[in-house]
Write a protein that binds this ligand. Structure first.
Ligand SMILES: [Zn+2]
Length: 498
């Protein structure tokens, strides 16, 4: 069997145009210490991630994989020109050195926006295509929150997108793309990609699938039926989009990968995007006010497991600052019994409490420092330090299983009835291990508040008695008209009446 040389590189970012934290090199370095060459298999072999699948496929097919870069950071404002060009300057020379290659498999996110390039993934693909020419197959995997422009369809031969939110199919997505790439490298197929985008963002319920209902679930079922009945169609990527990105191509898109060229692929893409338009107003979640949420939190427990509160608008994985204090203050003021909250990002407060040590009583000027306009100002609180940790939790739940969720040097402090994780690295809650490393058993807490939107549901919802979401005044609200969009294509729903 012919042994193929496959080039893989990954830069993944979801850019929130209205978040003031910069997507600079320091941010990538701090969040995941962007990885080079041999560090990549060391970190990801055996994990349920795109890289985990790529290395398994390499074993199965005998690929020689060239893998110069894996870079990811938490959601921030646009990626800086420096960071983007630095990553491009790692990838492109490595590709030139590796050439000739038989194919490329690129795990991207799809919602990256930079200071100088709106369609950051499209531009990266354009540069890559310039090096490898038009005949080498390029396969791309996408997070379903990507805001995809037409350049993706122009430069890629295969696009596979996650089909779950929480994203528990990173591995399966790359496996699908990789198997198609293998067939393309063998010359069995010559795939092309058709693309469609609608006149809206904030549709497809932001891609949620976990409840088993809603427009994202329905559109995926339609795509599945088409894939089952039309063998020329190789994959269908449904991208719900990431709505807080001020760029022309924000919002849902459909990418249909098919064998050869066929007008049918465009027709399928158009039909599916029309379905996204028709169902745009359907949502499976509702955000409560803090008052409404505290009323529920004070009720006696009426079932097994904690009441789960998602602090939706201050979740770092959506661009939330992660240091908002409004929910914590409401919980302390309400005297919510036996509660825990993860996590307030505040490096200075974390360092101060860690210095005082376990058992010490500390008064902290906590949170609200990144951008006090959103999610609550700093609060003065006194409490006892219960635990300290290096903040590294190895995920055991279904989301990114086997990878490390990092809070940096961090601690757990009890304020009134609420135990609070104070982190030095901005991160969401998406795995129960993130509480367990501080000695908190999530199953035994009465009220568990998480700075989280979607992914935590994979590991927490099943142990909770109920899930509610709150709008604590953070930066990722559904109140679209308060965001100063400038570059979005117009007219677009819901900014304009169409
Ligand atoms: Zn996503």
């Amino acid at each position: 069997m012919m042994k193929f040389k496959v080039f893989s590189a990954s830069v993944r970012h979801e850019s929130h145009s209205f978040c003031i934290l910069p997507g600079d090199l320091a941010s990538f370095q701090e969040y995941d210490g962007y990885k080079r060459d041999d560090e990549i298999p060391k970190a990801f072999c055996g994990t349920r991630t795109e890289w985990g699948a790529i290395f398994d496929l390499a074993d199965e097919f005998g690929w020689q994989v060239v893998h110069p870069l894996d870079a990811i950071t938490m959601v921030t404002g646009p990626v800086t020109r420096d960071a983007y060009e630095h990553f491009s300057d790692i990838i492109l020379p490595a590709l030139r050195r590796a050439t000739p290659v038989h194919g490329l498999l690129l795990p991207l996110h799809g919602a990256m926006l930079t200071e100088h390039v709106d369609d950051a993934e499209g531009e990266l693909l354009r540069r890559i295509r310039e090096i490898v020419g038009t005949t080498i197959p390029i396969a791309v995997t996408l997070d379903l929150h990507g805001n995809i422009g037409p350049a993706m369809a122009q430069h890629a031969n295969i696009v596979s997108t996650y089909r779950t939110t929480p994203h528990v199919d990173m591995y399966e997505t790359a496996e699908r793309a990789g198997r198609l790439l293998q067939r393309a490298m063998k010359g069995e197929t010559r795939p092309t990609v058709a693309y469609a985008q609608g006149r809206m963002f904030d549709a497809l319920d932001q891609g949620r699938t976990i409840s088993g209902k809603g427009p994202m679930v329905d559109i995926l079922a339609r795509a599945k039926a088409i894939l089952a009945s039309e063998p020329n169609i190789l994959d269908i990527g449904i991208n719900a989009g990431f709505d807080w990105s001020d760029k022309a191509n924000v919002g849902p898109s459909v990418l249909v990968t098919g064998e050869g060229r066929n007008p049918r692929y465009q027709q399928v893409a158009d039909e599916l995007i029309d379905f996204a338009w028709q169902t745009r107003k359907m949502k499976t979640i509702k955000l409560l006010s803090l008052d409404e949420a505290m009323l529920i939190a004070r009720e006696p427990a009426d079932g097994k497991g904690p009441l789960l509160i998602g602090d939706y608008t201050d979740c770092p994985a959506g661009g939330g600052l992660g240091d908002g204090t409004n929910l914590l203050k409401a919980m302390i003021d309400a005297g919510v019994k036996d509660a825990a909250l993860g996590a307030i990002s505040d490096p200075a407060a974390a360092a101060e409490a860690r210095k005082a040590g376990v058992g010490a009583t500390v008064t902290l000027h906590l949170g609200g420092k990144f951008d006090p306009r959103f999610g609550g100002k700093p609060i003065e609180v006194t409490g006892k330090v219960l635990a300290v940790s290096d903040g590294n939790a190895v995920r055991k739940g279904p989301f990114a299983t086997g990878t490390i969720a990092a809070f940096g040097p961090s601690c757990l402090v009890q304020f009134g009835t609420v135990k609070v994780i104070i982190a030095s690295v901005r991160n969401q809650i998406d795995d129960r291990e993130q509480f367990r490393i501080f000695g908190v058993d999530p199953e035994r807490v009465n009220v568990l508040a998480c700075k989280a939107m979607n992914h935590f549901r994979a590991d927490f919802e099943k142990i909770s008695r109920r899930l509610i979401y709150v709008d604590s005044g953070g930066i990722t609200s559904f109140d679209w008209k308060r965001y100063p969009f400038k570059k979005v294509r117009r007219p677009v729903w819901p900014l304009d009446d169409i």
